[in-house]
Design a protein around this ligand. Structure first.
Ligand SMILES: [Zn+2]
Length: 63
């Protein structure tokens, strides 16, 4: 762990005025592609929340 994926960073620059959504997307991709640093706690919580809820359940296919 702790290895920087320089190629990924070169291709994925964080926008200077990134929205919360952009930051979340960036950190999700970053966590999967690179291990240079963990996401900040607030981002990590959102990533986890998304992972737990997963794709929205289809209300018509189950009950
Ligand atoms: Zn990195």
């Amino acid at each position: 762990m702790g290895k920087t994926n320089k190629a990924w960073h070169a291709q994925h620059r964080m926008p200077e005025h990134a929205t919360a959504e952009q930051r979340l997307a960036w950190h999700r991709a970053h966590a999967a592609a690179c291990g240079c640093r963990p996401p900040p706690p607030d981002i990590a919580r959102q990533i986890e929340a998304c992972a737990h809820s997963g794709p929205a359940p289809d209300p018509e296919s189950g009950r």
